[in-house]
Design a protein around this ligand. Structure first.
Ligand SMILES: CSC[C@H]1O[C@@H](n2cnc3c(O)ncnc32)[C@H](O)[C@@H]1O
Ligand SMILES: [Zn+2]
Length: 435
Protein backbone atom coordinates (compact mmCIF):
# COMPACT_ATOMS: atom_id res chain seq x y z
CA UNK A 1 0.00 0.00 0.00
CA UNK A 2 1.18 3.55 -0.75
CA UNK A 3 0.83 6.08 2.07
CA UNK A 4 1.24 9.85 1.81
CA UNK A 5 1.87 12.05 4.83
CA UNK A 6 1.11 15.62 3.82
CA UNK A 7 1.85 19.02 5.35
CA UNK A 8 3.57 17.44 8.29
CA UNK A 9 6.50 18.52 10.49
CA UNK A 10 9.36 16.10 9.81
CA UNK A 11 12.22 15.20 12.14
CA UNK A 12 14.31 13.22 9.68
CA UNK A 13 16.67 11.94 12.40
CA UNK A 14 20.42 11.48 12.46
CA UNK A 15 22.74 14.00 14.06
CA UNK A 16 23.16 16.32 11.04
CA UNK A 17 19.87 15.89 9.24
CA UNK A 18 17.46 18.80 8.95
CA UNK A 19 14.00 19.29 10.36
CA UNK A 20 11.39 20.10 7.70
CA UNK A 21 8.65 22.41 8.91
CA UNK A 22 5.84 21.41 6.53
CA UNK A 23 6.77 18.53 4.30
CA UNK A 24 5.62 15.37 2.59
CA UNK A 25 6.63 11.75 3.07
CA UNK A 26 5.71 9.15 0.47
CA UNK A 27 5.73 5.47 1.41
CA UNK A 28 5.66 2.79 -1.30
CA UNK A 29 4.93 -0.59 0.26
CA UNK A 30 7.66 -1.05 2.91
CA UNK A 31 10.01 1.72 1.72
CA UNK A 32 10.21 5.51 2.10
CA UNK A 33 9.89 6.69 -1.50
CA UNK A 34 10.46 10.40 -0.94
CA UNK A 35 10.79 13.10 1.70
CA UNK A 36 10.25 16.60 0.36
CA UNK A 37 8.81 20.08 0.78
CA UNK A 38 5.52 21.20 -0.88
CA UNK A 39 7.17 22.63 -4.03
CA UNK A 40 9.06 19.36 -4.66
CA UNK A 41 6.02 17.07 -4.43
CA UNK A 42 5.61 14.65 -7.37
CA UNK A 43 1.95 14.88 -8.52
CA UNK A 44 2.14 11.38 -10.07
CA UNK A 45 2.50 9.67 -6.65
CA UNK A 46 -0.76 7.79 -6.03
CA UNK A 47 -1.52 6.94 -2.40
CA UNK A 48 -4.23 4.61 -1.13
CA UNK A 49 -3.97 6.32 2.23
CA UNK A 50 -3.38 10.02 2.89
CA UNK A 51 -2.66 11.31 6.39
CA UNK A 52 -3.11 15.03 6.96
CA UNK A 53 -0.23 16.29 9.07
CA UNK A 54 -1.72 19.51 10.45
CA UNK A 55 -0.31 20.00 13.97
CA UNK A 56 1.48 16.66 13.67
CA UNK A 57 5.09 15.63 13.67
CA UNK A 58 6.59 12.55 12.06
CA UNK A 59 9.89 11.11 13.24
CA UNK A 60 11.77 7.80 12.96
CA UNK A 61 10.33 5.09 15.21
CA UNK A 62 12.25 4.67 18.46
CA UNK A 63 14.67 1.78 18.90
CA UNK A 64 14.77 0.13 22.31
CA UNK A 65 18.20 -1.51 22.41
CA UNK A 66 17.86 -3.41 25.67
CA UNK A 67 14.79 -5.05 27.07
CA UNK A 68 13.28 -8.32 28.24
CA UNK A 69 9.79 -7.85 26.79
CA UNK A 70 8.21 -10.86 28.53
CA UNK A 71 9.06 -9.40 31.94
CA UNK A 72 5.85 -7.35 31.73
CA UNK A 73 4.33 -10.29 33.66
CA UNK A 74 6.46 -9.15 36.62
CA UNK A 75 5.68 -5.43 36.31
CA UNK A 76 5.66 -3.75 39.73
CA UNK A 77 6.83 -6.92 41.45
CA UNK A 78 9.96 -6.84 43.68
CA UNK A 79 10.62 -3.12 44.11
CA UNK A 80 13.18 -1.05 46.00
CA UNK A 81 15.85 -3.76 45.96
CA UNK A 82 19.42 -3.91 44.72
CA UNK A 83 20.07 -5.76 41.44
CA UNK A 84 21.45 -8.81 43.26
CA UNK A 85 18.51 -9.24 45.66
CA UNK A 86 16.02 -8.36 42.93
CA UNK A 87 17.45 -10.83 40.39
CA UNK A 88 18.62 -13.80 42.47
CA UNK A 89 16.07 -13.78 45.32
CA UNK A 90 12.95 -12.56 43.50
CA UNK A 91 13.09 -12.67 39.70
CA UNK A 92 14.86 -16.01 39.09
CA UNK A 93 12.40 -17.98 41.30
CA UNK A 94 9.41 -16.55 39.38
CA UNK A 95 11.11 -17.13 36.02
CA UNK A 96 11.55 -20.79 36.97
CA UNK A 97 7.70 -21.08 36.94
CA UNK A 98 7.11 -19.41 33.55
CA UNK A 99 5.79 -21.54 30.69
CA UNK A 100 6.33 -20.86 26.98
CA UNK A 101 2.79 -19.49 26.77
CA UNK A 102 3.49 -17.08 29.65
CA UNK A 103 6.56 -15.82 27.83
CA UNK A 104 4.57 -15.39 24.62
CA UNK A 105 1.80 -13.34 26.27
CA UNK A 106 4.30 -11.31 28.28
CA UNK A 107 6.22 -10.47 25.09
CA UNK A 108 2.98 -9.59 23.28
CA UNK A 109 2.06 -7.19 26.08
CA UNK A 110 5.54 -5.68 25.98
CA UNK A 111 5.25 -5.22 22.21
CA UNK A 112 1.79 -3.63 22.57
CA UNK A 113 3.18 -1.20 25.14
CA UNK A 114 6.22 -0.43 23.00
CA UNK A 115 4.16 0.25 19.87
CA UNK A 116 1.79 2.48 21.85
CA UNK A 117 4.75 4.53 23.08
CA UNK A 118 6.58 4.90 19.78
CA UNK A 119 9.00 1.99 19.56
CA UNK A 120 9.27 0.32 16.16
CA UNK A 121 12.34 -1.88 16.77
CA UNK A 122 13.49 -3.60 19.95
CA UNK A 123 16.44 -5.69 21.10
CA UNK A 124 15.55 -8.51 23.45
CA UNK A 125 16.99 -11.32 25.55
CA UNK A 126 14.95 -13.78 27.53
CA UNK A 127 14.24 -17.42 28.29
CA UNK A 128 12.16 -19.18 25.60
CA UNK A 129 12.98 -16.96 22.65
CA UNK A 130 10.89 -19.04 20.21
CA UNK A 131 7.87 -17.64 22.04
CA UNK A 132 9.16 -14.07 21.82
CA UNK A 133 9.89 -14.62 18.10
CA UNK A 134 6.33 -15.84 17.55
CA UNK A 135 5.00 -12.64 19.18
CA UNK A 136 7.33 -10.47 17.07
CA UNK A 137 6.27 -12.00 13.77
CA UNK A 138 2.56 -11.91 14.63
CA UNK A 139 2.64 -8.29 15.83
CA UNK A 140 4.54 -6.74 12.93
CA UNK A 141 7.27 -5.08 15.02
CA UNK A 142 10.96 -5.24 14.04
CA UNK A 143 13.31 -6.99 16.48
CA UNK A 144 16.75 -8.32 17.23
CA UNK A 145 16.28 -11.37 19.46
CA UNK A 146 19.14 -13.03 21.27
CA UNK A 147 19.28 -16.64 22.37
CA UNK A 148 21.55 -18.10 25.01
CA UNK A 149 23.92 -21.05 24.42
CA UNK A 150 23.52 -22.08 28.07
CA UNK A 151 20.79 -22.55 30.59
CA UNK A 152 21.86 -21.15 33.92
CA UNK A 153 20.08 -22.62 36.91
CA UNK A 154 20.45 -20.50 40.03
CA UNK A 155 18.00 -22.82 41.81
CA UNK A 156 20.38 -25.77 41.33
CA UNK A 157 23.70 -24.38 42.54
CA UNK A 158 24.30 -22.21 39.44
CA UNK A 159 24.39 -25.29 37.20
CA UNK A 160 25.19 -24.62 33.52
CA UNK A 161 23.48 -26.72 30.83
CA UNK A 162 24.82 -26.67 27.25
CA UNK A 163 22.09 -25.48 24.87
CA UNK A 164 24.28 -24.68 21.86
CA UNK A 165 22.15 -26.79 19.52
CA UNK A 166 19.13 -24.59 20.37
CA UNK A 167 21.08 -21.54 19.17
CA UNK A 168 21.70 -23.13 15.77
CA UNK A 169 18.06 -24.28 15.47
CA UNK A 170 16.79 -20.83 16.47
CA UNK A 171 19.11 -19.12 13.99
CA UNK A 172 18.11 -21.47 11.18
CA UNK A 173 14.40 -20.96 11.74
CA UNK A 174 14.18 -17.26 12.62
CA UNK A 175 17.17 -15.31 11.28
CA UNK A 176 16.02 -12.80 8.65
CA UNK A 177 12.46 -14.10 8.96
CA UNK A 178 9.78 -12.03 7.24
CA UNK A 179 12.11 -10.15 4.95
CA UNK A 180 14.49 -9.29 7.81
CA UNK A 181 11.88 -8.12 10.35
CA UNK A 182 13.50 -10.46 12.85
CA UNK A 183 17.25 -10.83 13.20
CA UNK A 184 19.00 -13.19 15.57
CA UNK A 185 21.91 -12.57 17.91
CA UNK A 186 23.57 -14.45 20.75
CA UNK A 187 22.74 -13.81 24.39
CA UNK A 188 25.68 -13.82 26.75
CA UNK A 189 23.94 -12.71 29.93
CA UNK A 190 27.03 -11.42 31.74
CA UNK A 191 30.54 -12.37 32.78
CA UNK A 192 29.16 -13.35 36.21
CA UNK A 193 26.72 -15.98 34.88
CA UNK A 194 29.01 -17.17 32.05
CA UNK A 195 32.39 -18.63 33.04
CA UNK A 196 35.54 -18.06 30.96
CA UNK A 197 35.03 -21.35 29.08
CA UNK A 198 31.51 -20.34 28.01
CA UNK A 199 32.58 -16.82 27.10
CA UNK A 200 35.17 -18.34 24.75
CA UNK A 201 32.65 -20.82 23.34
CA UNK A 202 30.05 -18.08 22.88
CA UNK A 203 32.38 -15.89 20.88
CA UNK A 204 33.14 -18.88 18.62
CA UNK A 205 29.41 -19.56 18.10
CA UNK A 206 28.72 -15.91 17.25
CA UNK A 207 31.65 -15.83 14.82
CA UNK A 208 30.55 -19.11 13.24
CA UNK A 209 27.02 -17.81 12.64
CA UNK A 210 28.15 -14.28 11.77
CA UNK A 211 25.86 -12.73 14.38
CA UNK A 212 26.18 -10.13 17.14
CA UNK A 213 26.04 -10.51 20.92
CA UNK A 214 23.82 -8.91 23.58
CA UNK A 215 25.35 -8.76 27.07
CA UNK A 216 24.99 -6.97 30.43
CA UNK A 217 28.26 -5.28 31.39
CA UNK A 218 29.33 -3.61 34.63
CA UNK A 219 25.83 -2.78 35.78
CA UNK A 220 26.79 -2.56 39.46
CA UNK A 221 29.87 -1.77 41.49
CA UNK A 222 29.56 -5.23 43.02
CA UNK A 223 29.85 -6.83 39.54
CA UNK A 224 33.03 -4.85 38.85
CA UNK A 225 34.64 -5.57 42.23
CA UNK A 226 33.77 -9.30 42.19
CA UNK A 227 35.24 -9.67 38.71
CA UNK A 228 38.48 -8.01 39.78
CA UNK A 229 38.60 -10.16 42.92
CA UNK A 230 37.83 -13.43 41.12
CA UNK A 231 39.62 -12.94 37.78
CA UNK A 232 41.94 -9.98 38.36
CA UNK A 233 40.32 -8.12 35.45
CA UNK A 234 37.15 -6.14 34.72
CA UNK A 235 34.21 -7.70 32.82
CA UNK A 236 35.05 -5.51 29.79
CA UNK A 237 38.61 -6.82 29.71
CA UNK A 238 37.27 -10.35 30.19
CA UNK A 239 35.09 -9.84 27.09
CA UNK A 240 38.12 -8.58 25.19
CA UNK A 241 40.25 -11.55 26.20
CA UNK A 242 37.59 -14.16 25.43
CA UNK A 243 36.73 -12.80 21.96
CA UNK A 244 33.26 -11.56 22.89
CA UNK A 245 34.16 -8.13 21.51
CA UNK A 246 35.33 -9.58 18.17
CA UNK A 247 31.72 -9.50 16.90
CA UNK A 248 29.21 -6.62 16.99
CA UNK A 249 28.12 -6.22 20.60
CA UNK A 250 25.36 -4.33 22.40
CA UNK A 251 26.55 -3.91 25.99
CA UNK A 252 23.71 -3.00 28.34
CA UNK A 253 24.23 -0.70 31.34
CA UNK A 254 28.02 -0.01 31.41
CA UNK A 255 27.56 1.99 34.62
CA UNK A 256 30.84 1.23 36.41
CA UNK A 257 33.54 1.54 33.75
CA UNK A 258 37.21 2.31 34.20
CA UNK A 259 39.03 4.53 31.66
CA UNK A 260 40.66 1.37 30.33
CA UNK A 261 37.20 -0.22 29.85
CA UNK A 262 36.03 2.81 27.86
CA UNK A 263 39.12 2.56 25.65
CA UNK A 264 38.35 -1.13 25.07
CA UNK A 265 34.70 -0.40 24.14
CA UNK A 266 35.83 2.26 21.68
CA UNK A 267 38.61 0.15 20.16
CA UNK A 268 36.26 -2.81 19.67
CA UNK A 269 33.37 -0.71 18.35
CA UNK A 270 31.01 -1.90 21.07
CA UNK A 271 27.60 -0.19 21.23
CA UNK A 272 26.35 0.76 24.69
CA UNK A 273 22.67 0.51 25.70
CA UNK A 274 22.02 3.19 28.33
CA UNK A 275 19.18 2.18 30.70
CA UNK A 276 18.90 5.17 33.04
CA UNK A 277 15.60 4.30 34.74
CA UNK A 278 16.54 0.73 35.58
CA UNK A 279 19.94 1.89 36.86
CA UNK A 280 18.29 4.50 39.08
CA UNK A 281 15.54 2.21 40.34
CA UNK A 282 17.91 -0.64 41.27
CA UNK A 283 20.29 1.89 42.80
CA UNK A 284 23.01 0.74 40.41
CA UNK A 285 24.38 4.20 39.62
CA UNK A 286 24.71 6.58 36.68
CA UNK A 287 26.51 5.49 33.51
CA UNK A 288 29.30 7.81 32.28
CA UNK A 289 27.42 8.63 29.08
CA UNK A 290 29.08 12.02 28.37
CA UNK A 291 32.53 10.35 28.54
CA UNK A 292 31.36 7.60 26.19
CA UNK A 293 29.93 10.13 23.73
CA UNK A 294 33.12 12.19 23.91
CA UNK A 295 35.10 9.08 22.91
CA UNK A 296 32.81 8.55 19.91
CA UNK A 297 31.27 5.36 21.29
CA UNK A 298 27.87 4.45 19.80
CA UNK A 299 25.51 5.12 22.72
CA UNK A 300 21.90 3.96 22.42
CA UNK A 301 18.92 3.80 24.79
CA UNK A 302 17.06 0.85 26.32
CA UNK A 303 14.32 0.48 28.89
CA UNK A 304 15.46 -2.85 30.39
CA UNK A 305 12.52 -5.01 31.46
CA UNK A 306 9.23 -3.88 32.97
CA UNK A 307 10.21 -5.45 36.30
CA UNK A 308 13.03 -2.94 36.83
CA UNK A 309 11.74 0.20 35.11
CA UNK A 310 8.62 -0.36 35.43
CA UNK A 311 7.52 0.43 31.87
CA UNK A 312 8.84 0.12 28.30
CA UNK A 313 8.25 3.74 27.33
CA UNK A 314 11.17 5.03 25.27
CA UNK A 315 9.98 8.66 25.37
CA UNK A 316 10.33 8.55 29.14
CA UNK A 317 13.75 6.94 28.80
CA UNK A 318 14.94 9.54 26.29
CA UNK A 319 13.69 12.31 28.58
CA UNK A 320 15.54 10.93 31.61
CA UNK A 321 18.71 10.30 29.55
CA UNK A 322 18.69 13.95 28.46
CA UNK A 323 18.15 15.30 31.99
CA UNK A 324 20.19 12.97 34.18
CA UNK A 325 23.72 13.86 33.08
CA UNK A 326 23.06 17.61 33.08
CA UNK A 327 22.07 17.46 36.75
CA UNK A 328 24.67 14.91 37.80
CA UNK A 329 27.57 16.89 36.33
CA UNK A 330 26.13 20.41 36.77
CA UNK A 331 26.45 20.93 33.03
CA UNK A 332 23.28 21.76 31.02
CA UNK A 333 24.92 21.18 27.64
CA UNK A 334 25.45 17.46 28.28
CA UNK A 335 23.30 15.04 26.22
CA UNK A 336 21.42 17.68 24.27
CA UNK A 337 18.02 17.03 22.70
CA UNK A 338 19.43 16.23 19.27
CA UNK A 339 21.88 13.73 20.80
CA UNK A 340 19.11 12.10 22.85
CA UNK A 341 16.94 11.56 19.74
CA UNK A 342 19.93 10.23 17.81
CA UNK A 343 20.71 7.79 20.62
CA UNK A 344 17.08 6.58 20.61
CA UNK A 345 16.85 6.21 16.81
CA UNK A 346 19.77 6.02 14.35
CA UNK A 347 22.38 4.95 16.93
CA UNK A 348 20.03 2.14 17.93
CA UNK A 349 19.75 1.07 14.31
CA UNK A 350 23.54 0.98 13.94
CA UNK A 351 23.87 -1.06 17.16
CA UNK A 352 21.49 -3.67 15.74
CA UNK A 353 23.28 -3.81 12.38
CA UNK A 354 20.33 -1.95 10.84
CA UNK A 355 22.07 1.30 9.88
CA UNK A 356 20.90 2.12 6.34
CA UNK A 357 17.71 0.11 7.00
CA UNK A 358 15.87 1.99 9.73
CA UNK A 359 16.35 4.84 12.25
CA UNK A 360 16.21 7.76 9.79
CA UNK A 361 13.46 9.15 7.55
CA UNK A 362 15.17 9.15 4.18
CA UNK A 363 14.44 7.86 0.68
CA UNK A 364 15.19 4.17 0.39
CA UNK A 365 14.96 3.40 4.11
CA UNK A 366 12.37 1.03 5.55
CA UNK A 367 9.19 2.90 6.49
CA UNK A 368 9.41 2.71 10.30
CA UNK A 369 7.87 5.97 11.49
CA UNK A 370 5.72 7.44 14.20
CA UNK A 371 3.29 10.32 13.97
CA UNK A 372 2.88 12.51 17.04
CA UNK A 373 -0.23 14.56 17.69
CA UNK A 374 1.08 17.99 18.74
CA UNK A 375 -2.39 19.54 19.14
CA UNK A 376 -2.35 19.30 22.92
CA UNK A 377 -1.92 21.89 25.66
CA UNK A 378 1.36 20.41 26.93
CA UNK A 379 2.82 20.55 23.39
CA UNK A 380 1.68 24.05 22.48
CA UNK A 381 3.39 26.08 21.08
CA UNK A 382 5.99 23.76 19.57
CA UNK A 383 8.71 26.39 19.01
CA UNK A 384 11.51 23.82 18.71
CA UNK A 385 10.34 20.36 17.52
CA UNK A 386 13.56 18.59 18.55
CA UNK A 387 13.30 19.96 22.09
CA UNK A 388 9.56 19.22 22.15
CA UNK A 389 10.15 15.54 21.36
CA UNK A 390 12.69 15.12 24.16
CA UNK A 391 11.37 17.44 26.85
CA UNK A 392 7.56 17.62 26.34
CA UNK A 393 6.22 14.73 24.26
CA UNK A 394 4.96 11.68 26.14
CA UNK A 395 4.66 8.15 24.81
CA UNK A 396 0.86 8.47 24.78
CA UNK A 397 1.12 11.38 22.31
CA UNK A 398 2.10 8.91 19.56
CA UNK A 399 -1.03 8.76 17.44
CA UNK A 400 -0.08 6.48 14.55
CA UNK A 401 2.78 4.06 14.06
CA UNK A 402 4.00 2.59 10.78
CA UNK A 403 6.44 -0.33 10.76
CA UNK A 404 7.85 -1.73 7.51
CA UNK A 405 5.18 0.29 5.69
CA UNK A 406 2.29 -1.23 7.69
CA UNK A 407 0.08 0.80 10.00
CA UNK A 408 0.33 -1.08 13.31
CA UNK A 409 -1.43 1.62 15.34
CA UNK A 410 -3.88 4.20 14.02
CA UNK A 411 -5.37 6.95 16.19
CA UNK A 412 -4.02 5.06 19.24
CA UNK A 413 -5.76 1.81 18.31
CA UNK A 414 -3.53 -1.21 17.69
CA UNK A 415 -4.46 -2.71 14.32
CA UNK A 416 -2.87 -6.16 14.71
CA UNK A 417 -2.63 -6.86 18.44
CA UNK A 418 -5.81 -7.51 20.42
CA UNK A 419 -4.88 -5.34 23.40
CA UNK A 420 -7.74 -6.44 25.69
CA UNK A 421 -7.06 -10.14 25.10
CA UNK A 422 -3.33 -9.70 25.75
CA UNK A 423 -3.91 -7.82 29.00
CA UNK A 424 -6.37 -10.41 30.29
CA UNK A 425 -3.93 -13.24 29.48
CA UNK A 426 -1.09 -11.50 31.30
CA UNK A 427 -3.28 -10.77 34.32
CA UNK A 428 -3.92 -14.53 34.54
CA UNK A 429 -0.20 -15.30 34.29
CA UNK A 430 0.64 -12.78 37.02
CA UNK A 431 -2.06 -14.19 39.29
CA UNK A 432 -0.46 -17.63 38.96
CA UNK A 433 3.26 -16.87 39.16
CA UNK A 434 3.55 -13.86 41.47
CA UNK A 435 3.34 -15.01 45.10
C1 LIG B 1 18.50 -15.41 30.58
S1 LIG B 1 17.36 -14.28 29.94
C2 LIG B 1 17.83 -12.71 30.58
C3 LIG B 1 17.89 -12.66 32.06
O1 LIG B 1 18.27 -11.37 32.42
C4 LIG B 1 17.58 -11.01 33.57
N1 LIG B 1 17.63 -9.58 33.76
C5 LIG B 1 16.67 -8.67 33.57
N2 LIG B 1 17.13 -7.44 33.84
C6 LIG B 1 18.41 -7.60 34.21
C7 LIG B 1 19.41 -6.73 34.60
O2 LIG B 1 19.20 -5.42 34.69
N3 LIG B 1 20.62 -7.20 34.92
C8 LIG B 1 20.86 -8.52 34.85
N4 LIG B 1 19.95 -9.42 34.49
C9 LIG B 1 18.74 -8.96 34.16
C10 LIG B 1 16.21 -11.58 33.34
O3 LIG B 1 15.48 -11.64 34.52
C11 LIG B 1 16.54 -12.91 32.74
O4 LIG B 1 16.73 -13.88 33.73
ZN1 LIG C 1 18.72 -6.44 31.13
Amino acid sequence: MNILLKNIGIITGGIDNPHIEEGFVGIKDDIIDFVCSADELQPEFKAQKVIDGKNKLVMPGLINTHTHSSMTVMRNYANDLSLHEWLFDNIFPVEACLTGEDIYWGAMLGIAEMIKTGTTTFTDMYLDMNEVARAVIESGIRANLSISPIKFNAQEGNKIIDETSKVYDFYKYWHNKDDGMLIVSLEVHSTYLFNREWLNKSSEIAKDLGIGIQIHIQETKRELLESIEKHGITPSRMCLETGIFDVPVIAAHCVHLTDDDMDILKAKNVSVAHNPTSNLKLGSGIAPIPSLLERGINVTIGTDGAASNNNLNMFEEMHIAALLHKGYKNEPALVNAREAITMATSNGAVANGLGGVTGVIKKGMKADLIIIDMNKPHLCPVNDPIAAVVYSVQGSDVETSIINGKIVMENRVLTIIDEELVMSKVREVAKRVIK
